[in-house]
Every structure is written in structure tokens, then in C-alpha cells.
Ligand binder design. Structure first.
Ligand SMILES: *Cc1c(COP(=O)(O)O)cnc(C)c1O
Length: 405
């Protein structure tokens, strides 16, 4: 399919290019020392991860340990309440550990094992990436250091307990806003000091090349499964698909199954309390081009051009930039990026729970809220939403902050 001069039949061959660029976005902006580590990972990715043995082992793990394929559920009662549009969800909440993140963590830590590393290092926001990493490290028998901001540690106590039970070392980050951005900085620092023994595993399609490529490829399984399952269920493609975008990993993997199809694609960022800088984390909507954490993308900047403070009701979406591939797809217009605020998110959270018996992660509830909006405006057709995770981690926070609705 040709779209704005880009041939999506051959998209994956050309994007990213050999240096990790999606158009002008992506690349690798790191110190020469860290670049050597990135080159080592790139080389390992292109040899080890393409080997029959690696692919077979990852397939087996996905089936026997993660419980894949995850199903698609038809939201029949919610759809009927809204009108004629049929809503469906891809159930990444049923992936082991309760979110899509284990898809790339198992891939990354399997790669670390093949590379002979002893330890994996990562950061976490909502705690989901930390739990997925701790799970993968336990599975493969590697040491695991997880960097986490104090604000998130307080907000996500059950996930902190999970990481500790799984044997991970949780390192508290106490500077700046004490959330995801600072945790990324701290994890990068630790890795730079110890890259011979360890591998850094990023939590999303972010960071220097090859991470945006590698994480997208490990998440591709979501889009690949979803496309086949949806056609099996309904006999056709969905008219629209929706995913929430923080760093953008669940969206990147989900979208990658449909980029070459006549399907409208929507990436949803958190508008939080509103459009004022500091009140949201909608980087693609309100940001400008810039470099942070080793890659060029669209980011929210403060008056000094540094990454701006961000806020939303969903810790996992609080990041002042998005993966370079999203910046590229945004520029091309192949994916439409829009926003959903806190209130709309909490409404959707309760609505999905009450109407369908599924408690979504607050992150995923942003995508559900947008699916509900689309159902009201489209009139007819079908919308497939990526339900990136389950809401167990968020229940106390929602009840204490918003009460029962
Ligand atoms: C981490 C997380 C997200 C956001 O991360 P992406 O890389 O944007 O996918 C979304 N949903 C859930 C459930 C998460 O845990």
C-alpha cells in the first residue's frame, strides 16, 4: 500500500535504516563508550535474534510461559449501549504479568543470556516494565537491577513488592520529579559504568538504535496475532485500531500488523489535566523536535529546552517524548495521534469494568476511551483496541482518588 510516497509493502526493510533512522527521527546520540555497547547489541541483535535457535526458543516461551496467543474479546454489551459500531479488545491484560511488556522483556533478556551477560538493568514507571524484567530475569537466572522514582514507588506498592519477591534489586531514584524520566537517566548511568557484565533493557520503543527497532520487533507478535484473529472472527479487517502511546511499545507492535492495510490507526496520548505544559504528557501533539535519552524525536521541552515535567493519571504514559517511529508515522500521517484526558480515562475504566467484566490498566483505559469516542462518531463499522494491560495495579489509586463511580 502506497501512503504519502512511502511503500508500506517494503516498510520494514527500510525503516529504520542501518543507522536507526525513521526519516529524521531515531539514531543514536550517546557517548563513544556507550556507542560501543550499542554496536555490540546491534550486532548481536542482527545475528543471534535472526537465528533459528533464538526464534524457536522465543516462540516456545511465548506459548508455554507467557500464555500466548492472547485472545480478542468482542465488547458486545458496551457496543450495544453505544450504538452500531462494534468494539473489540486485544487482551494483552491476559499476557503473563498482566501487560504487553513481557513480550519485549523476554526477547531482551533472552538476548542478554545469549550474549553471556550476568545482569540486566532497567528503569520502570508504573512498575509494569520492572515486574516484566524481574520476571524475565528470574526465568533466565540473571541478576536484575530496577531503577524507579520515589513517587512511583509510593504509588505502585504492589508492583514494588512483586519485583522484590521475584528477586530483583529495586533502586530508588530521588532526584528531579522522581518519576520515569529520572529513572531512565539513572539506569543509563549505571549501565554506562558496567556494560561489559550487564545489558540495559529499555521499557519501550525508545533510546538509541537498536532499541526502538528491537522492541518493536519483539512486540510485533501482538499485531500479527491480532490481524489474523480478527479476520478469523469477523471475516474482515477492523475499520479502525486504537492503542495508547506512552513511549509507544504496545502501539508500535500492534500497529505493525496493520500498517500495510486500509485501516485507520489511532495512537492516544494522555492529556492529563489539560493542555498547559506540565499538566499532560502529549508529546506528539504539543512537542517539538529534540534529542533526549540518546535519540531524536518529538519532545516536550521546558523554557531551557530540557525535557519538560509531565503529568497524567497513568504513570506508564508519563514520558516527555515518544518513540522515533511514532514521530515518523505522525509526520507521514499514516497514524493519527490524538489525546484523552484523565476524566475520560476514569469513565472508560469504570465503563469497561461494569459493562464487560474487564478492569483495564489506566494506561489502556485511554485507548478504550478513544474507542468509545470513535464508536459515537463513526456510526457503523468496527474498532479494535489494544488492551495493553490489566488494572489490578491501579485499583487502590482509582478508588482513593476518584471513589466508586
Ligand atoms: C507501560 C505501559 C504502557 C505504556 O507503554 P508503551 O511503551 O507506550 O506501550 C501502556 N499500557 C500498560 C498496561 C503499560 O504497563
Amino acid at each position: 500500500m502506497l501512503f504519502n510516497g512511502i511503500d508500506f509493502d517494503t516498510y520494514f526493510k527500510h525503516y529504520p535504516d542501518a543507522k536507526g533512522y525513521f526519516g529524521k527521527y531515531g539514531g543514536s546520540y550517546v557517548s563513544p563508550e556507550l556507542q560501543r555497547a550499542m554496536d555490540e547489541i546491534t550486532q548481536a541483535y542482527f545475528t543471534i535474534c535472526q537465528s533459528r535457535q533464538f526464534i524457536a526458543e522465543l516462540r516456545r516461551i511465548r506459548k508455554e510461559f507467557q500464555g500466548r496467543p492472547t485472545p480478542i474479546s468482542h465488547l458486545e454489551r458496551l457496543s450495544n449501549e453505544l450504538g452500531c459500531v462494534q468494539l473489540y479488545v486485544k487482551r494483552e491484560d491476559l499476557n503473563h504479568t498482566g501487560a504487553h511488556k513481557l513480550n519485549h522483556c523476554m526477547g531482551e533478556v533472552l538476548l542478554a543470556k545469549y550474549m553471556g551477560k550476568k545482569k540486566v538493568i532497567a528503569e520502570t514507571g508504573a512498575g509494569q516494565h520492572g515486574v516484566a524484567m524481574a520476571t524475565a530475569a528470574a526465568y533466565f537466572g540473571l541478576e536484575c537491577d530496577i531503577y524507579m522514582g520515589s513517587v512511583d514507588i509510593a504509588k505502585q506498592a504492589p508492583n514494588v513488592a512483586r519485583m522484590k519477591i521475584l528477586g530483583a534489586n529495586v533502586v530508588e531514584v530521588t532526584h528531579g520529579l522522581k518519576t520515569l524520566k529520572e529513572a531512565v537517566d539513572a539506569a543509563f548511568d549505571a549501565y554506562t559504568k558496567d556494560y561489559k557484565n550487564s545489558m540495559y533493557c529499555i521499557g519501550s520503543v525508545l533510546g538509541p538504535h537498536p532499541f526502538p527497532l528491537m522492541v518493536r520487533d519483539f512486540q510485533h507478535v501482538v499485531g500479527e496475532e491480532a490481524r489474523e484473529q480478527f479476520i478469523d472472527m469477523t471475516g474482515h479487517l477492523p475499520d479502525a485500531i486504537v492503542a495508547c502511546v506512552g513511549g509507544g511499545s504496545n502501539a508500535a507492535g500492534f500497529f505493525s500488523g496493520f500498517l500495510n492495510d486500509p485501516v485507520d490507526i489511532y495512537g492516544i496520548e494522555p492529556l492529563g489535566r489539560g493542555p498547559k505544559l506540565g499538566d499532560h504528557a502529549a508529546s506528539l501533539k504539543y512537542g517539538t523536535e529534540g534529542i533526549m535519552h540518546g535519540f531524536n524525536s518529538i519532545m516536550l521541552k521546558d523554557a531551557n529546552g530540557e525535557p519538560a515535567p509531565v503529568y497524567s493519571v497513568a504513570s506508564g504514559l508519563d514520558y516527555p517524548s515518544s518513540g522515533p517511529e511514532h514521530a515518523f508515522l505522525h509526520e507521514l500521517g499514516r497514524v493519527k495521534y490524538d489525546v484523552i484526558n484523565d476524566d475520560e480515562t476514569i469513565d472508560a475504566f469504570y465503563r469497561l469494568a461494569r459493562k464487560e467484566g474487564i478492569i483495564p490498566a489506566i494506561e489502556s483505559a485511554h485507548a478504550v476511551a478513544y474507542g468509545i469516542k470513535l464508536a459515537k462518531t463513526m456510526g457503523t463499522g468496527s474498532v479494535l483496541i489494544n488492551l495493553s494491560g490489566r488494572g489490578d495495579k491501579d485499583m487502590d489509586y482509582v478508588i482513593n482518588t476518584y471513589g466508586i463511580r
